[in-house]
Design a protein around this ligand. Structure first.
Ligand SMILES: NC(=O)c1ccc[n+]([C@@H]2O[C@H](COP(=O)([O-])OP(=O)(O)OC[C@H]3O[C@@H](n4cnc5c(N)ncnc54)[C@H](OP(=O)(O)O)[C@@H]3O)[C@@H](O)[C@H]2O)c1
Length: 247
């Protein structure tokens, strides 16, 4: 039977996952493998999706369902459980097992990117599924970090608070955007952080990869910061998803 893989999320048109797996299946001669985009209006629709796609072997999960999907899983990998978010599902005999490859992919890519001879304090913008994965990786790296959220109760600072404390932004030399602000097709938006405080000593990582340089990264670069987008992370997490589906 044909093996089906795919991506679930509220909007999935921005994603490069399909082209990544289409190319992989073509290159490896996997003619009976197919990767599809499955936009879901609500997470409950995952049940219909499973019924309608008998050959489904694996799913990637994108916003805003990385946390909401947990209650539909039969089993959760301990690491993903600790993180509290799932971005990969393996489907076997109708049973769903959830994993998190975002965290390891972020860890690998940031570890290579940051200079080894410096210590960093980080600000993580957003408190959703990928924020949880990023925070787990930062903890493993020994990077102290604080969360900036629209709602103070889900973070350490609201945007208003952090913007009124310029020293906090100036001394947080690593800033990571885990919000979808700036992602295709809403490329004009950006997180409301006061970027005037950035310097050439700052490292700014945006998990968004489409567009390659968000407004946020462009403004950070104009202030002299070193920037990185989420494309390498996407590729690393996709390859880790593939290993899980084939294990
Ligand atoms: N490169 C990669 O491999 C990779 C991997 C994972 C995710 N991503 C990208 O990361 C982004 C977030 O994904 P996710 O799955 O973490 O989404 P999510 O679970 O929905 O979380 C996003 C968080 O962003 C904040 N946010 C949402 N809308 C906002 C708004 N209008 N203004 C300010 N903040 C807002 C919220 O945090 P607060 O409520 O705390 O403000 C929310 O919890 C997406 O663009 C996704 O494509 C990329």
């Amino acid at each position: 039977m044909e093996k089906i893989f795919g991506l679930i999320g509220s909007t999935v048109s921005h994603s490069f996952s399909k082209s990544y797996f289409d190319e992989k299946f073509f290159r490896d001669g996997l003619r009976d493998h197919r990767y599809e985009l499955f936009p879901l209006e609500k997470i409950q629709d995952i049940q219909t999706l499973l019924k309608e796609n008998e050959g489904l072997c694996g799913l990637n999960v994108t916003l805003p369902y990385k946390e909401q999907v947990l209650k539909y899983l039969h089993e959760i990998d301990p690491e993903a459980e600790k993180i509290g978010a799932v971005n990969v599902i393996r489907v076997q005999k109708g049973k769903l097992k959830g994993y998190n490859t975002d965290s390891a992919a972020f860890f690998e890519t940031i570890e290579k990117w940051l200079p080894k001879d410096r210590t960093f304090n980080a600000l993580v913008l957003g408190s959703g599924g990928s924020s949880k994965a990023v925070r787990q990786a930062l903890t493993k790296l020994g990077v102290e970090h604080k969360i900036v959220s629209r709602d103070k109760s889900t973070g350490d600072f609201s945007y208003e608070e952090i913007n009124s404390q310029p020293k906090e932004i100036a001394s947080s030399l690593l800033i990571i955007n885990t919000t979808p602000l700036g992602m295709h097709p809403n490329t004009d938006s950006l997180p409301p952080l006061d970027l005037e405080k950035l310097t050439k000593n700052h490292y700014v990582y945006d998990l968004i990869y489409n567009p390659a340089r968000t407004q946020f990264l462009q403004k950070a670069e104009m202030r002299g910061a070193t920037i990185k987008n989420g494309l390498e992370m996407l590729h690393v997490q996709a390859e880790k998803s593939w290993q899980i589906w084939n294990n």
